[in-house]
Design a protein around this ligand. Structure first.
Ligand code: A2H
Length: 256
């Protein structure tokens, strides 16, 4: 991993309304958080898919922190990611970490956020079993039209709301057609989950295969069918859409 640095786009998803559990969890840190806009930050390799965000995922058992960025902003990410960000000049104070609050993933679930470029004005934070605490920010934005993992997990949650402790209105978002491909139409991930007979987020082997196929087909054969770069090949639009998000301060480059 050290030999192959990965460049991600950090997507800033603004907290619009904390869940009841999150409100309770951050109450002791009220003074420190005062006056700060808080963002969950997701690390993505596919900024061109952000029009299709339907929710974001956190690991219920992962410990997150809220870290100061500057006088007005703070990021909810893992400590590992915050440390990396501090050394990438993403925070005002280079190399220094200022943690304002602690919060467990399970408590963040149900928080309402605004996801940049998404056709949905607000979406919810949901739980995912396979979020790795050691990759990216520990926050994964969800694009079920183009990511088989995201689609399979959202389907699990829709089928078993009570079991996963999620309200039906938090998962009431359909995948959005955003990329057209010759092999899978405009619903690459649902189509691949059908072909590979994927029934849940636990079908790891088939999901790994589907992920590989979706990524290749989307990148090499896909055309964007929504937004400012509608009609453009994914290969050409990818960095343009990333730059649009960076220009509007809704995203930044994050390396690890
Ligand atoms: B991708 P790589 Cl549409 N745990 O973003 C598990 N998965 C994580 C993660 C973590 N801690 N951090 C990021 N990811 C996901 C969009 C997307 C992504 C689409 C299609 C494929 C895809 C929307 N989810 O990734 O191991 C994030 O999901 C398939 C490779 O560094 C991120 O990009 O290669 C990707 O995995 C990073 O994976």
């Amino acid at each position: 991993e050290a030999l192959n640095p990965q460049e991600y786009t950090g997507i800033k998803m603004k907290v619009v309304d904390w869940s009841k559990a999150a409100k309770d969890a951050i109450a002791p840190f009220e003074e420190a958080l005062k006056g700060k806009t808080i963002y969950l930050v997701a690390a993505t390799l596919r900024p061109e898919t952000m029009y299709g965000q339907t929710n974001c995922f956190v690991g219920p058992d992962i410990n997150y922190g809220v870290y100061q960025v500057n006088d007005t902003e703070a990021f909810l990410v893992t400590e590992r990611a915050a440390r990396n960000m501090a050394f990438q000049k993403i925070f005002d104070k280079e190399g220094e970490l200022c943690k304002l609050a602690d919060i467990k993933g399970a408590a963040v679930v149900g928080t309402k956020i605004s996801a940049p470029l998404s056709i949905y004005p607000a979406v919810y934070v949901l739980p995912m079993e396979n979020v790795l605490p050691t990759k990216g920010t520990g926050v994964v934005t969800s694009v079920p039209s183009d990511s088989p993992d995201d689609y399979a997990t959202l389907q699990d949650l829709k089928k078993k709301c009570a079991y996963y402790n999620v309200e039906p209105e938090w998962v009431n978002f359909d995948p959005v057609p955003i990329i057209e491909t010759p092999s899978y139409g405009n619903m690459t991930a649902p189509k691949l989950c059908e072909i590979k007979k994927i029934n849940s987020q636990k079908d790891r082997v088939q999901l790994a295969e589907a992920k590989e196929l979706a990524y290749k087909e989307g990148f090499y054969q896909g055309t964007i069918i929504i937004g400012d770069y509608k009609g453009m090949k994914v290969q050409d639009a990818k960095n343009k859409i990333r730059d649009l998000l960076i220009e509007s301060k809704e995203a930044f480059v994050y390396n690890e």
